[in-house]
Design a binder for this molecule. Structure first.
Ligand SMILES: [Zn+2]
Length: 465
């Protein structure tokens, strides 16, 4: 284990007041206070960050770790080492793709047992909303899930069924009493089914054929439904992975009417452009799909104006074979993009080109997702009393994404070969160094699980799934 610093000083420290020269004093894993640059006590173990940007650790509320059950896709060790290398100090694990899916307390216990002592960053959990498990949601909240997630379309795995309107209404009534947000994969199956019938006449190795099968209208109609039900029930909702700028407008309009709704987008929607995706390049497949340049630019405008509140990875890898690169068929390949380690570099490279300041990256990738996870008093800011989750970031250093630098379980990602700017030099989790660019992840994993102290409550209700 590296010796924990008692202070980190630098000329570019990003606090809620903006960027300034400062010293961040650390005691017991927390930020004790933020003082002047030269203010360090005698004998202190001070890290001098020099010109590097010192920012709060990123909070990624959308990560599919897949363990237990599909650990050959991704696991807690590999995912959290990659997270630390990507400046992420807290992640929330999605309730699906693992087996069991996190739809009951016993499944959450299985997650926690798989993760305990094996995470390089702090890990919180998301509970699943599936048909029939509304009675289990209160117990999951009590057991410590920080949010809930549901799908309005088939999720891609059989053990996590999507909800229909009556299921959703029933779950929302329960969730409205629990003070936890409901994250929604918002696409409507009816729209996709109709579009797919027409699209399958086209060539399945063309990305345009896949995009045609999942039109933006599927997202818009789903969000309209979610807004209506959220308005009726008063539940706090969050739209995951927004791909279309019109969705951001709908969310903003609902917020204006007092609906408790927020929305995220992901690096791939902000970086790639459907017209430039090669035939058969299934590593780009995700749902909803990456759309055209107009949407990409519109998503940046929506972030700038505050219509979208955050950027999270939706890191969702699988074994290379399931990407079916051999046939290049977008309709049979697994949908999901691996990017956990690359988030700040992708986003920052695009931000530099647009003249956006690093403080906005902190807002979108740390402060806002921390608040969504209910961690707004401990994560997402360099301020007294907050956890000393800190990243030293070189905004000017360029690199090309290569397989040998990726710590994800699998190196399949559409970012291979892409030139990016912005390197994570070191990551600290509650004051302990989790990652250093020169030496890699720490020997001993410093992460903790964001769960209340045991004992575990027991499942009081059986769900159908
Ligand atoms: Zn996802």
């Amino acid at each position: 284990m590296y010796p924990a610093p008692t202070a980190i000083r630098g000329s570019r420290v990003v606090t809620p007041l903006g960027m300034a020269a400062a010293t961040v004093h650390i005691e017991g894993g927390r930020i004790a206070h933020v003082g002047e640059l030269d203010e360090t006590g005698p004998g202190a173990n001070v890290i001098d960050a020099g010109e590097l940007i010192v920012m709060p650790g990123l909070v990624d509320t959308h990560v599919h770790v897949n363990e237990p059950g599909r650990t050959d896709w991704e696991g807690f060790e590999t995912a959290t080492r990659a997270a630390a290398a990507g400046g992420v100090t807290t992640l929330l694990d999605m309730p699906l793709n693992s087996i069991p899916a996190t739809t009951s307390i016993s499944a959450l216990q299985a997650k926690a047992s798989a993760a305990a002592g094996r995470t390089w960053v702090d890990v919180g959990f998301i509970g699943g909303v599936v048909p029939g498990n509304a009675p289990a949601l209160g117990g999951l909240a009590e057991a410590g899930v920080r949010a809930f997630k549901c799908f309005l379309v088939p999720s891609g795995v059989p053990e996590f069924q999507h909800v229909t309107e009556p299921d959703l209404r029933e779950a929302m009534r329960v969730l409205a009493t629990l003070d936890r947000p409901l994250m929604v994969h918002a696409e409507l199956p009816e729209v996709i089914e109709a579009a797919t019938i027409e699209a399958t006449a086209g060539d399945p190795v063309k990305y345009a054929t896949y995009v045609a099968s999942r039109p933006a209208s599927a997202e818009h109609e789903a969000v309209a439904l979610v807004v209506e039900l959220a308005e009726d029930t008063g539940v706090r909702v969050h739209i995951v992975h927004v791909s279309s700028v019109q969705t951001a407008r709908m969310v903003t309009s609902a917020r204006g009417r007092g609906v408790r709704i927020s929305a995220e987008t992901c690096p791939h929607y902000l970086w790639f452009d459907a017209d430039r995706i090669p035939d058969g390049a299934t590593e780009y497949k995700c749902a909803p799909p990456i759309r055209r340049r107009d949407d990409r630019d519109g998503l940046w405008s929506a972030l700038s104006s505050g219509e979208l509140q955050m950027i999270v990875s939706d890191h969702s890898p699988c074994p290379p074979i399931l990407k079916r690169r051999d046939v290049g068929d977008f309709f049979v390949a697994w949908g999901g993009i691996a990017s956990l380690q690359l988030g700040p570099a992708v986003v920052w490279t695009a931000m530099r080109d647009r003249g956006l300041p690093i403080e906005r990256l902190v807002e979108w990738m740390s402060t806002a997702p921390a608040a969504l996870a209910g961690l707004e008093t401990s994560k997402g800011a360099i301020a007294p009393g907050y956890d000393a989750d800190l990243v030293l970031f070189d905004p000017d250093r360029a690199f090309e994404v290569r397989e040998d630098m990726l710590l994800h379980r699998h190196t399949v990602t559409p970012y291979l070969g892409v030139s990016l700017c912005g390197v994570v030099e070191a990551t600290y989790v509650r004051g302990v160094r989790a990652y250093d660019r020169r030496t890699g992840p720490a020997d001993i994993p410093p992460g903790e699980l964001l769960l209340p102290p045991h004992p575990w409550p027991t499942d009081r209700h059986n769900s159908r799934t």
